[in-house]
Design a binder for this molecule. Sequence first.
Ligand SMILES: Nc1nc2c(c(=O)[nH]1)N[C@H]1C(S)=C(S)[C@@H](COP(=O)(O)O)O[C@H]1N2
Ligand SMILES: [Mo]
Length: 406
Amino acid sequence: MNRRKFVQNSGLGAMAALLGTEIVFGNTLPKGYIPLGLQDPDPFKMFDKNPEMLVLNDKPWNIESLAHLLDDRVTPNRSMFIRNNGIIPQEIDLATWTLTFDGESVRGKKSYTLADLKSRFSQHTYQLTIECGGNGRSEFNPPAKGNQWSVGAVHSAEWTGVRLRDVLEDVGITSDAVYIGFHAADTHLSGDPKKEPISRGFPIAKAMQDETLLAFQMNGKDIPLAHGYPLRLVAGGWPASTSGKWLTGISVRDKVHDGPKMTGTSYRVPCLPVAPGTEVADEDMCIIESMPVKSLITYPKTGATLSQGKSLSFRGHAWAGELEVTRMEYSIDFGSNWKECTLEAPANRLAWQHFSGETRFPQKGYYEVWVRATDSRGNAQPMVLPGWNPKGYLNNACHRIAVKVS
Ligand SMILES: Nc1nc2c(c(=O)[nH]1)N[C@H]1C(S)=C(S)[C@@H](COP(=O)(O)O)O[C@H]1N2
Ligand SMILES: [Mo]
């Protein structure tokens, strides 16, 4: 709904209700004037988000979560970050919404309505962790342009839908298929209807995994508008930019998909490590695939205080892209000594895993709790910033919280 029009057409009483208080001198309000208090949409109300979250940008909307808001095992909408490259589609008609398959490597172009997808293919639910490739960008030096995400651009919700694989089999793809690319209903910031804000994808092998979904539900309900209503591609473990929201099309390509944000430096890192600040030629940049091992302490919130002699219980989640986390450790002495945390198995492949620990502190003073996850190939999170790259992707340094014992 257009809030501006709604406010313009509403009377004093309705405006007072929206403001939550009487408009004193309301009888002198110029006709058609929108009180300042109602001019900007409140993003927290509009998207049903926790007001502690951080708005990084409002055109397009980019809203970050915080470590302590991500404590739930399955992330609820209220604490999920929002990352948009363009403008959220406004008018969505479920009856006419279609998903169209095209590209060099389909036997023929084919479209499905939402009802087709729901009735013709079996439905599956998975908890899938998706993290923005730029999560942690704010730490890099020299700084990288783009949203200055701290640690909160990750979530692990439950997605329900049909398998992309099942639908691709129904479409029929040719043996030269190597990649899929998504198309979506959001619009470019320039307003040019021919321009796509983002059209990314992944190799056929990822498209064929059990967990790669064309989802129409999140956490058991319709997907919230900001997260891709009414249909979303979900590719757990890969940069979240490959999980196309407001999905209208899939191109099956005979080469690596070359839509907007697939080329140049977008979602790519230098194929070989470079010194901070180095300019890297496009041909020396490689596409980010599976995300690296990472973890987050979600309880307590950093800055916790504790009385001496008491033990501290802490917990959080760990994930490792396509791999599993096999070891979780913590340190209270800035990484000199590490002890084991309790680590749980994931709800399913590509869901994050829960860890917990309990520690005592030897005397009064300032401490930090650091945690470190290790994946099934033996890769551990770095304690300091990992390799600098021009766009500030893949910062998987150990998360840490401050604790004061008094
Ligand atoms: N159609 C569309 N899909 C999109 C985007 C977008 O701008 N448009 N942004 C991508 C990026 S970069 C990220 S990090 C995730 C964010 O998902 P979320 O907003 O549900 O958290 O959506 C991805 N899918
Ligand atoms: Mo992203």
